[in-house]
Design a protein around this ligand. Structure first.
Ligand SMILES: C[S@@+](CC[C@H](N)C(=O)[O-])C[C@H]1O[C@@H](n2cnc3c(N)ncnc32)[C@H](O)[C@@H]1O
Length: 315
């Protein structure tokens, strides 16, 4: 990551100072000019009066005013020079700022383009990885994922986009690294026991293992669809990690991170499932909930990332 560009801030501060100097020089010039004009006016009227009736007093006043006018004329020259120099300084600072601003705008456009490229790259990698992890014969969309055959109200296997999954893990890792409950003397966080609810083939566990974003002590996943579990055991290097179980009755204690991507489309079943999950998960465990039903109703859950759906059981 590039260091923040402070040179534009300096250019802006210099421009600000130059503008202040120009402002002061203008005020000074205006004031001296007014004094000079006033003395000149008084000299003019004295000259008219002296011409009409010359007196010694008028002559003395005239000499004194001429002397004052001479002093003011020099002050006016000085003020004009100051003003010219302040104006020059302002133009220089203004040009320097415009150039820095242009550089900054260019850098911003380049950064935006890099970000857009990185997003496209992420999308392409995600599509490639999905095609390897979820080929058609591994349930990557051959049958309708909307309903799981034989299980009214349940979703079928609808695997999460790998890039999105890693995004969730990256945010969770940052949270764990700051959580005293997950302190480790050496690592950023103590290794966690990770569970995928309704894991399908378990390919997310393979991603957790190979991605190395989270330090894990144990990986586990279960699904009510025994066929998917069998497919996953054969396809990935997973065995005892995978089991067949029902999300409605599973004991969620003993897991530090529970990842759940909506096993049920039926809202009532989702609510029932969430009540059981929150009640049986252990205090201090995290829940990553993709498309939850209503987790706000549980006072024992604290939301640690609203945008990613990450919660911690604190009560
Ligand atoms: C939306 S998919 C999520 C798949 C995977 N967890 C992921 O995020 O990529 C929902 C999964 O929940 C499973 N499922 C549905 N009802 C279930 C239940 N009662 N118990 C366990 N798994 C269930 C489905 O078989 C399906 O694999």
């Amino acid at each position: 990551m590039q260091a923040p560009d402070t040179s534009q801030e300096h250019a802006s501060a210099r421009l600000h100072a130059a503008l202040g100097a120009l402002d002061s020089a203008m005020i000074e010039l205006d004031e001296v000019q007014k004094k000079f004009d006033s003395v000149s006016g008084r000299i003019d009227s004295l000259l008219i009066n002296t011409a009409k009736s010359p007196t010694a007093n008028l002559g003395a006043n005239l000499r004194s005013l001429n002397a004052r006018s001479e002093v003011l004329r020099k002050a006016l020259d000085r003020a004009r020079r100051n003003f010219a120099s302040a104006r020059k300084g302002y133009h220089q600072a203004s040009r320097a700022y415009a150039s820095k601003h242009e550089q900054h705008t260019d850098a911003l456009a380049a950064a935006r383009m890099e970000l857009a490229d990185a997003e496209r790259c992420k999308g392409a990698l995600s599509r490639s990885i999905s095609s390897w992890l979820d080929p058609r014969d591994l349930g990557g969309g051959t049958q309708s994922a909307q309903t799981l055959k034989g299980h009214e109200g349940s979703f079928g296997y609808l695997p999460i986009n790998p890039a999105r999954f890693f995004d969730l893990l990256i945010v969770l890792e940052r949270v764990l690294a700051l959580d005293a409950d997950f302190d480790d003397p050496v690592l950023r966080h103590r290794p966690v026991r990770f569970l995928d609810v309704g894991c399908g083939t378990g390919r997310n566990l393979a991603l957790v293992r190979s991605g190395n974003v989270l330090k894990t002590e144990a990986l586990a996943g279960f699904d009510i669809d025994a066929g998917r579990i069998a497919e996953g055991k054969a396809a990935f290097d997973l065995d005892t990690e995978l089991s067949v179980a029902d999300a409605m009755t599973f004991d969620y204690g003993g897991h530090d991170v529970i990842y759940s991507f909506r096993p049920f489309h039926d809202p009532d079943m989702m609510q029932q499932y969430e009540s059981h999950l929150v009640a049986s998960m252990q205090t201090s465990a995290y829940l990553i909930a993709v498309l939850p039903e209503d987790l706000v109703r549980f006072p024992e859950l604290s939301c640690v990332s609203g945008s990613r759906g990450i919660w911690k059981k604190t009560g």
